[in-house]
Design a binder for this molecule. Structure first.
Ligand code: PLP
Ligand code: ZN
Length: 564
C-alpha cells in the first residue's frame, strides 16, 4: 500500500498513483495533487526528523516515492540558508535570507524536481522519458537519468544558451533543439512522446514535480527555526502546542511556469496541516518584463493570463509565455492565504542585481535568479515589505560561464609582462607600477571619512558593487583631512559625528584650503541636525544623506552626478 493517493482538484476523486496515467480516471482532468496520511505523519515525523540527515529525503513520508533509492541520490536538497547581512544593511531590511539552491548537484533548484521525478519513474519501471525545457530542467533531469540508466529526450528552445544544451548532451541525453519559443518546444515534445507512447513530463501537472518543491518550504522552516528560534505566539495564546516551526513573512522567487511557488505553497500548507507551523508566507513572484504574462494578469485583476507569444527577454530560463492554469491556481491560492505580489523587472535591472549580489554577498547567480533579487529591491523601494519582515529569496541557479553582455568590456586589466624589462627595473617600476598606474588613472577617486567601520564597509560595498572607483578610507577627522590632502579625491563622503575633529571641522579645514575647497562633499549622518547645524552646512556640502535609510541607488546617483 502506498502512503499517498492522488486527488483530482476538479472532482476530488482519489486514486492510486501511476506515473504513466496522467489523468483522473473519473473526470479526465490532468490537474491532480498528492494527499498523504497527515494524521499518522503528524505523530511520527517530528521524531523521525531529529534523526535524519539534512537532504530532501528526510521528508520521505511526504514524497511520492515508495522506496527512496540510495543509488540514485547525489545529496539533493539540504541547501544552506544564508543570511544576507550586506544586502540587508543596504536595503534597511536586516532579515533577508538566501536559500542557496546553487549548491544542488547541477547547480539549480531543478535538482529537487529531477531527483524525485527520476526516482518515481525508475520505481515505476519507466525506461525512457521526454521533457521540454528552458535549460535547467534538461540539465538536471539528464544528470539523474544518467544515474538511473533512463533514456531521456530533451526538447530545448533555441533561445537557451548553447553551453546549457551541451551540458545536457554530455550526460547522454538526446537533445532536440527546437527553433521556436518554449511553448512550441513543449508542443513538439508532446507530439513526439505521444507518437512513441513515452512518458512526458507535464511540469506542474506531474505529481513528483510539485511534491519536490515542497521540500524547499520544509527546509526553510526548519532552518529559520534554527536561526531565529521557534515562532512567537502572535495570536494571544491560541498557538497550537505543536507549532514548532517558523515560516518567513515573504518567499521571493523568479518565476517562469510557476512550479516553484505552487510547490512551495503546498509545502507551507502541509506544515500547517501537520500542526508544525501556524503561518504561511506571502509569495512574491518575479518575472522578466519581456515575458511577464502573470504580472500583467495580476495587475489587471484577471483570473486567466493572456499568453505572451514572443518573449522579449534575453533570460531564456524565464521565457514561459503561457502559464495556463498554473497562474489561475497560484493567484486563487495566494488570495485565499496572505496574498503577495507579482512583479516584473527588466533584463538590465536583473543584470544590475547580479553585480550587486556578487559584489556584496559573494554569490554569483544566473540572470534568471537575479530577477528575484531585482524584484526584491523594487519591492523594498516601493515600501511593499516591512523592515522587520523575514524574507527568504530562492537563489534558484548558478551562473553559467558569464556572458560578455553582463560585464561589459572593461572587466580586466591588460598589462604586458616583459621579461627583459622586469629584470632590469626595480619591482615598483615594472608590472606593479603599471598596475598601480592603471588603477589610479582609470577610476574616479573617492575618500570615505567615517568612524564606524561597518558604515565605511557598507559604503565601500555599494560603490564597488555599482561602479569602478578608487576608494580611500579614514576613521576620524584628523586622518580624513590628511587623506584628502594626500590623495586629492574627486569626492568626499563624510560623517558628521566623529571623535576629535568632527565632520564640521573637516569641512572648515577643506573650505580654508584653496586646493581642497572645490572638492564635492556628500555628508552621510545618523544625526538629526539642528537648524544651526543645517545653517553651518549650507553652501558647504553638495548632498546630505541620512544613514540607514539611504538606498544604494540614491547614493549612487549622487556619486555619479558629483564625479562626472
Ligand atoms: C526554472 C527556474 C526558475 C523558474 O521556476 P518556476 O518555479 O518553474 O517558474 C527560476 N530560476 C531558475 C534558475 C530556474 O531554473
Ligand atoms: Zn476528476
Amino acid at each position: 500500500m502506498a502512503h499517498f493517493v492522488v486527488e483530482c482538484i476538479d472532482c476530488s476523486h482519489q486514486a492510486p498513483y501511476f506515473p504513466t496515467s496522467g489523468a483522473c480516471p473519473k473526470c479526465g482532468s490532468t490537474w491532480r495533487e498528492a494527499r498523504y496520511d497527515y494524521e499518522t505523519i503528524r505523530q511520527t515525523l517530528p521524531l523521525q526528523l531529529a534523526r535524519r540527515s539534512f537532504d530532501l529525503w528526510r521528508y520521505k513520508e511526504l514524497l511520492p516515492v515508495r522506496t527512496p533509492n540510495p543509488e540514485l541520490t547525489m545529496g539533493e536538497g539540504g541547501t544552506p540558508l544564508i543570511r544576507a547581512a550586506n544586502l540587508g544593511m543596504m536595503l534597511g531590511c536586516p532579515h533577508i535570507y538566501i536559500k542557496d539552491e546553487r549548491q544542488g548537484p547541477t547547480a539549480s533548484f531543478k535538482d529537487r524536481q529531477a531527483a524525485i521525478t527520476i526516482a518515481a519513474l525508475k520505481e515505476a519501471g519507466v525506461a525512457e522519458s521526454v521533457v521540454a525545457s528552458t535549460g535547467n530542467v534538461a540539465i538536471s533531469y539528464s544528470a539523474y537519468a544518467a544515474r538511473a540508466g533512463l533514456k531521456l529526450w530533451a526538447f530545448i528552445t533555441s533561445l537557451v544558451p548553447p553551453v546549457k544544451m551541451r551540458e545536457a548532451a554530455l550526460y547522454g541525453t538526446q537533445v532536440v533543439k527546437v527553433t521556436g519559443n518554449y511553448e512550441q518546444a513543449k508542443k513538439v515534445a508532446a507530439d513526439f512522446a505521444k507518437q512513441r507512447t513515452l512518458y512526458l513530463d507535464q511540469g506542474v501537472r506531474s505529481i513528483p514535480t510539485v511534491e519536490s518543491m515542497k521540500t524547499v518550504a520544509f527546509e526553510i522552516a526548519e532552518q529559520l527555526t534554527q536561526l531565529l528560534g521557534p515562532p512567537t505566539d502572535s495570536s494571544n495564546g491560541d498557538l497550537p502546542p505543536t507549532a514548532s516551526l517558523r515560516s518567513p513573512d515573504w518567499y521571493v522567487q523568479a518565476v517562469s511556469g510557476g512550479l516553484g511557488p505552487i510547490g512551495v505553497m503546498k509545502g507551507f500548507d502541509e506544515l500547517e496541516l501537520l500542526g508544525l507551523s501556524n503561518s504561511s508566507p506571502k509569495y512574491a513572484n518575479v518575472q522578466a518584463e519581456g515575458c511577464a504574462p502573470m504580472v500583467q494578469a495580476w495587475n489587471d485583476g484577471e483570473e486567466v493570463a493572456t499568453p505572451v507569444i514572443t518573449p522579449r527577454t534575453h533570460i531564456a530560463t524565464l521565457a514561459t509565455g503561457d502559464p495556463g492554469r498554473t497562474y489561475t491556481l497560484l493567484r486563487e491560492r495566494m488570495l485565499e492565504r496572505n496574498g503577495g505580489t507579482f512583479e516584473s523587472v527588466t533584463d538590465e535591472e536583473a543584470f544590475h542585481a547580479m553585480h550587486v549580489l556578487a559584489k556584496m554577498e559573494g554569490i554569483s547567480v544566473e540572470p534568471a535568479t537575479a530577477v528575484a533579487f531585482a524584484g526584491l529591491f523594487k519591492m523594498v523601494r516601493a515600501g511593499l515589505v516591512d523592515p522587520s519582515d523575514v524574507i527568504v529569496v530562492n537563489c534558484t541557479g548558478h551562473t553559467v560561464p558569464v556572458e560578455q553582455s553582463v560585464l561589459g568590456d572593461k572587466w580586466a586589466y591588460d598589462v604586458e609582462y616583459q621579461e627583459a624589462q622586469a629584470e632590469k627595473q626595480a619591482p615598483e617600476d615594472g608590472l606593479l607600477a603599471a598596475l598601480n598606474h592603471v588603477t589610479a588613472d582609470r577610476y574616479q577617486r573617492i575618500a570615505i571619512v567615517d568612524d564606524h567601520p561597518q558604515v565605511r564597509q557598507l559604503i565601500r560595498r555599494i560603490l564597488q558593487a555599482q561602479g569602478e572607483y578608487a576608494l580611500f578610507e579614514a576613521e576620524d577627522g584628523q586622518k580624513g583631512i590628511k587623506l584628502i590632502r594626500d590623495e586629492k579625491p574627486d569626492l568626499v563622503i563624510l560623517d558628521l559625528m566623529m571623535p576629535e575633529l568632527d565632520g564640521f571641522g573637516v569641512l572648515d579645514e577643506m573650505k580654508g584650503d584653496p586646493d581642497l575647497a572645490s572638492i564635492p562633499v556628500v555628508v552621510v549622518t545618523a544625526k538629526e541636525l539642528t537648524s544651526q547645524e543645517k545653517e553651518r552646512l549650507s553652501g558647504q556640502i553638495d548632498t546630505l544623506m541620512q544613514k540607514g535609510d539611504f538606498m544604494s541607488d540614491e547614493l549612487m546617483e549622487e556619486v555619479r552626478s558629483l564625479t562626472n
